[in-house]
Design a protein around this ligand. Structure first.
Ligand SMILES: Cc1cc2nc3c(=O)[nH]c(=O)nc-3n(C[C@H](O)[C@H](O)[C@H](O)COP(=O)(O)OP(=O)(O)OC[C@H]3O[C@@H](n4cnc5c(N)ncnc54)[C@H](O)[C@@H]3O)c2cc1C
Length: 389
């Protein structure tokens, strides 16, 4: 069920598949049973290999030492990495294209290029205890004081904060010409006034945690403002598009792995003296999985190609939402059916269907819930019409 890709994209796909199959998948069960944590030498090996394969520089411009991979190449990579459970593929940080548009030379040197080189790790602090679906409603404030901003607020679900050494922090400006508008900041994690106030467990077993952080009168140099005052939401939107498309890609990869695993099991498992795969009710489940995966892959790869053809951000925004909405909902249905095909074995943590069943659930929540994606899509339709989507 291959989508026609050129040799460049196929090369990226092949590298990512090899890394997933030979380096990451063999460690899944060990990670699952150890709260997602792998031995330090293995973690370091994964980080080194991912960097050598170029994954951390895919989205970065050549002028800064990046590989300027097209969106279709990146989707081809993230689809393969999505085949792996326990977030073992999160073994590298990425310098993303929007950062090169937004950041000063000093910021690039201090924060962005080190992501690409593997010497620093970032985390995103946007969501608060108030509804994360209404990003506009965040309450964290940034108040300008001479050559600093004073930051106050509490951020929830800061993924990878236990590994990271700086935050990309979204706040509302208090006072000044852009009062009430949004701004993004780089904030070093060891800045005084930052406290981790909770680190709750979640459904999945990932080494990356999602703690809550409180920021009280944190003094951040004015030079750490990312882009202009008031431009915070523009940059947030461009990384939402990127992340939503890559979530769609990972969901396609997960569904592909689940279908491979469940159909292999159904061929071997004998029920009433014949392979489970001969049962038409099982065949119907597999057929629905494959059909929905095919549809999700077409939407995801075509959205990436539309990006590479230069489609404008408004139409792309709706398409990335459609890809994320459809692929994440699809992958959850596929995980449910795959687990059912495995029967009791599917409920065991050593089975990838059980792990994906828990892990894929959050893809319908983070980077905008399925309901929010539907609102984005409906608003685009009603504002601009079907022809402009
Ligand atoms: C594991 C995990 C990791 C995360 N990592 C990060 C991170 O690294 N950085 C970060 O900033 N955030 C992160 N998030 C936060 C995530 O983006 C939010 O949880 C998400 O945007 C939803 O916000 P909320 O949880 O406040 O739900 P709410 O906004 O309170 O929504 C609750 C429910 O109401 C629905 N709803 C809301 N508005 C509407 C509406 N208008 N119409 C219909 N239904 C609606 C939602 O779809 C949802 O079902 C993470 C979350 C999780 C669970």
């Amino acid at each position: 069920m291959e989508i026609e890709l050129d040799t460049r994209a196929l090369d990226w796909q092949r590298k990512a598949r090899g890394f997933a199959d030979t380096e990451l998948i063999p460690w899944e069960v060990r990670a699952e049973l150890a709260g997602g944590v792998l031995p330090e030498d293995v973690r370091q090996r994964h980080r080194r290999l991912a960097r050598e394969l170029g994954f951390s520089a895919m989205d970065a411009p050549a002028a800064h030492g990046g590989l300027e991979a097209r969106m279709v190449d990146q989707v081809a990579v993230w689809e393969q990495l999505g085949r792996v459970t326990n977030a073992l593929c999160w073994c590298f940080s990425e310098a993303q294209r929007w950062m090169f548009d937004a950041c000063s030379e000093t910021q690039l040197k201090r924060y962005v290029l080190p992501l690409m080189e593997g010497s620093r790790i970032e985390c995103y602090a946007i969501t608060e205890s108030s509804p994360g679906s209404a990003v506009d409603g965040i309450k964290a404030t940034a108040t300008r004081t001479h050559d600093h901003y004073r930051i106050n607020g509490e951020k929830w679900y800061v993924t990878s904060a236990n590994h990271a050494d700086f935050f990309i922090f979204q706040a509302r400006l208090a006072g000044g010409a852009h009062a009430g508008e949004h701004a993004l900041f780089f904030i070093d994690k060891d800045t005084p006034g930052i406290e981790e106030v909770a680190n709750p467990p979640f459904s999945h077993s990932f080494a990356a945690h999602h703690p809550t952080f409180r920021f009280v009168d944190v003094q951040v140099p004015a030079a750490n403002l990312i882009g202009a005052e008031g431009a915070g939401m523009d940059y947030a939107h461009s990384w939402f598009r990127h992340e939503r498309l890559m979530i769609a890609a990972r969901c396609c990869g997960a569904a592909g792995r689940l279908i491979d695993e469940a159909s292999a099991f159904a061929k071997e498992r004998l029920v009433d003296g014949e392979p489970l795969a001969e049962k038409q009710l099982i065949q119907a489940m597999l057929a629905d999985c494959v059909t929905e995966l095919w549809a999700a892959r077409l939407v995801t790869f075509e959205t990436a190609q539309a990006h590479d053809r230069g489609l404008g951000p408004k139409a792309l925004h709706a398409r990335c939402s459609m890809a994320k909405l459809y692929a994440s909902e699809m992958a959850n249905r596929v995980a449910d059916r795959a687990l059912q095909i495995f029967g009791g074995r599917g409920y065991m943590r050593e089975n990838p269907a059980e792990r994906f069943y828990r892990e894929l659930r959050v893809d319908r929540i983070w980077e905008g819930t399925s309901e929010i994606q539907r609102l984005i899509i409906a608003r685009a339709l009603l504002k601009r019409g079907l022809a402009e989507m």
